[in-house]
Design a protein around this ligand. Structure first.
Ligand SMILES: Cc1cc2nc3c(=O)[nH]c(=O)nc-3n(C[C@H](O)[C@H](O)[C@H](O)COP(=O)(O)O)c2cc1C
Length: 158
């Protein structure tokens, strides 16, 4: 099972002058009956709420597993996470990473983009190639390592 990564921003010059972003990554398992149509309804909800609340990211759905990257103002991401944790459309929620005080968005143009699981590695690799924030680089490296080790596919014991 994947471990949880906690990081805190400590770069010099990073302070209130910079808008603080919060980033959360988790995996979960879709509950029975959640199909592509249900996932499209989730995306539609996200595309209404997320842009109004400064939240961007991506959702991967494949083999009955969700993987979601969320980035945005801390309070808004936290509010969304508390709704997500009790959403009956998924269970076996595994927090993979949470990072305070991120300086850059990795998916600034994605209100919530649905990515197929066979593209997840490319998306993470592209994000890593364009990332300059040290914490984003660290999280993406961690996720790619977990992905290559097969840990993100093995959520049944979570
Ligand atoms: C895997 C998954 C990802 C979701 N992602 C989002 C999201 O990015 N934004 C959003 O507003 N709701 C998302 N939702 C839906 C929320 O859990 C919730 O249903 C929605 O925010 C409406 O909340 P409410 O029914 O309490 O008003 C997601 C649900 C699931 C199962």
């Amino acid at each position: 099972m994947a471990s949880i990564l906690h990081l805190h921003g400590d770069e010099p010059g990073f302070g209130p002058a910079f808008p603080s972003l919060y980033n959360v990554v988790y995996c979960s398992r879709a509950t029975p009956g959640v199909d592509e149509a249900a996932v499209q309804r989730i995306i539609a909800t996200a595309r209404r709420w997320n842009p109004e609340h400064g939240v961007t990211g991506m959702l991967v759905f494949g083999s009955g597993i969700f993987f979601q990257w969320l980035e945005g103002p801390r309070d808004n991401v936290t509010a969304l996470m508390s709704r997500l944790r009790t959403d009956p459309r998924h269970d076996n929620f595994v927090l993979l990473s949470e990072v305070e005080d991120v300086r850059e968005r990795l998916f600034p143009d994605w209100d919530m983009e649905l990515v197929t699981s066979d593209h997840i590695r490319d998306v993470l690799q592209d994000a890593l190639d364009s990332a300059t924030d040290a914490q984003n680089v660290q999280v993406l490296g961690f996720l790619l390592t977990e992905l290559d080790a097969g840990s993100l596919r093995d959520l049944d014991s979570a």
